[in-house]
Write a protein that binds this ligand. Structure first.
Ligand code: MSP
Length: 523
């Protein structure tokens, strides 16, 4: 039986202004999902939208629509954006889906029945945009510690979850299971900033927020958006319904991929809820950093300050989904913050995609056509240079697999491009053009071409989860499997005697200056 692999990304707050920043987690999740599928695993990739809370009602009112009308349009738009970016999810969950609402209610009722939720009254500071409660001591200069905006003091009847009981259990979890929360710096942050100072019980219902899921046994209360939202990871699999086969098969999640600002919810509140329900915990929570645009995270509400063009709907038609996916994975060290600029994006297209990958493929293909009428020949005479090249390529492949296991997408894709660089350097070193002119050069030339084609096969297969379109094109032209990784540890994957297919230029070179000017009109 295939090994299962359940990966989730956060469900997004619906927004009509999705930027590269918003797309980051979902692209990264897609790369990891595709890579694991190619490793032969039975992958389930979940994403969706987080649709409750007063912010949504407010936004809908502003445009004179009902919440549902407002949401339906945005959600359609979001799904079309994911399609444009070649994101292939197995399920798109909306927290307004009936089955989700029922599961969230069951989670809440079960926590209450088990004595983990009690009724009290809430007094505290509430950040409306973040939908988060804060204690006085957590505020920074009297403002929300997450977004820096004004908070308001609120008091109302509310239900509370006994989060305070889980501090030691969480520390125990982080200590015994080093994989649970990564990178490790996030563990220190959670322990020092939240758990050591003492966890407070969490307010988990509101009477003032109407656009939410009613508490089953006390419907004037709506369920706190984060309890609602976090439950999506199990409701999507049918937990709490009669049809829970997917839950049985896929839970616990193998990876919850999230951005760093929502670590607290995923690594403190979510495991506490699951522990209270006696359910298995996710195996791994991985928090990536932020993409900074001109020094700003570009949260949706600040989008207007930004000078770079960060709209994937502009960038994809101009430069391809592959280029956007590559840029985000390569440029921002996965797990840390990193800067995005249009200039760096265009430069990477030229240097990495066009000069390195694209050029390697096109010159190798044209040599194979020129010397062997496009036929893949058996390797024949082998020299030390060829052996060294092959062993360098195969050892780089091991690095790629290791980095992907560690979810270090940046190092993985850098290593894949190192494979292409090795091949370009090999051409430089062994001079196939000169070998072709030698009287007895043919046996050696066969080896060089075969080794280059095998390297392109391996590199394109590894790169396909990142560069979905061009990776697939190259593999098709070589006549090999695009669904699974095959023969990654040898140079025997191509069928000798086959002819290579036609292949157009993968990434035309750009005039960076002219493109920058063009992009100005969209800033
Ligand atoms: N709705 C919550 C998640 C609930 S999960 C149970 C939420 N939504 S969000 O729309 O604000 O964010 C979704 C994802 O986008 C998060 O992982 C967030 O980190 C990511 N990003 C949004 N802007 C970003 C950048 N500029 N850079 C990197 N990621 C960012 O949080």
């Amino acid at each position: 039986m295939k090994e299962k692999f359940y990966i989730t990304t956060p469900i997004y707050y619906p927004s009509s202004k999705m930027t590269l920043g918003n797309a980051y987690t979902t692209i990264a999740g897609d790369v990891i999902a595709r890579f694991n599928k190619k490793l032969g695993k039975d992958v389930f990739y979940l994403t969706g939208t987080d649709e409750h809370g007063s912010k949504i009602s407010k936004a809908a009112r502003q445009v004179g629509k009902s919440e549902k009308e407002y949401l339906d349009e945005i959600i359609e738009d979001t799904q079309s954006l994911w399609k444009m970016l070649h994101i292939e999810y197995d399920k798109f969950i909306r927290t307004t889906d009936d089955f989700h609402e029922r599961t969230a209610q069951k989670v809440f009722t079960e926590l209450y029945n088990r004595g983990y939720i009690y009724k009290g009254s809430y007094k505290g500071w509430y950040c409306l945009p973040c939908e988060s409660f804060w204690t006085e001591s957590q505020l920074v200069d009297g403002k929300c510690p997450d977004c820096g905006r004004e908070v308001e003091f609120q008091e109302e009847e509310a239900y509370f979850f006994k989060l305070s009981q889980f501090g030691d259990k969480l520390i125990d979890l982080y200590t015994k299971n080093k994989e649970f929360l990564q990178p490790q710096s996030r563990v220190n942050e959670m322990v020092n900033n939240f758990i050591k100072p003492g966890l407070s019980d969490l307010c988990v219902s509101r009477t003032s927020v109407k656009w939410g899921i009613p508490v089953e046994f006390d419907p004037k209360h709506t369920i706190y958006v984060w309890i609602d939202a976090l439950s999506n990871y199990i409701s999507a699999l049918g937990y709490g319904s009669e049809n829970y086969q997917l839950y049985k098969k896929y839970w616990p999640a193998d990876v919850h991929l999230i951005g760093k600002e929502i670590v607290r919810f995923h690594s403190i509140i979510w495991p506490a809820i699951l522990m209270a329900l006696d359910l298995p915990l996710p195996k791994r929570i991985f928090a990536h950093g932020w993409i900074m645009f001109g020094g700003d995270k570009l949260s949706k509400s600040k989008a207007s300050d930004v000078k770079e063009c960060v709209d994937p709907r502009v960038l994809v038609p101009l430069y391809s989904a592959d280029a956007v996916r590559y840029m985000l994975c390569r440029e921002i060290p996965f797990g840390s913050d990193g800067n995005y600029t249009s200039e760096a994006f265009l430069t990477r297209i030229n240097a990495d995609l066009s000069n390195n990958f694209g050029n390697l493929v096109s010159r190798t293909f044209s040599m194979v056509r020129k010397y062997f009428e496009g036929e893949i020949k058996q390797a024949d005479e082998v020299t030390q240079d060829d052996e060294d090249f092959k062993s360098n390529v195969l050892s780089e492949v091991k690095n790629v697999l290791q980095y992907m296991e560690e979810l270090d997408l940046t190092k993985a894709v850098t290593s894949i491009f190192e494979i292409f660089s090795l091949a370009n350097a090999y051409i430089q070193k062994v001079q196939p053009f000169a070998v072709a002119k030698e009287e007895n050069g043919r046996p050696r030339l066969q080896t060089i071409m075969k080794y280059l084609l095998e390297t392109i096969r391996i590199g394109s297969s590894l790169v396909q989860p990142f560069l979905t379109e061009s990776g697939e094109k190259v593999l098709n032209a070589l006549g090999v499997n695009t669904d699974l990784f095959e023969d990654l540890d040898n140079f025997e994957g191509l069928k000798v005697g086959n002819k290579i297919g036609e292949l157009a230029i993968l990434f035309p070179r750009l005039d960076v200056k002219a493109e920058l000017e063009k992009l100005q009109q969209y800033c």
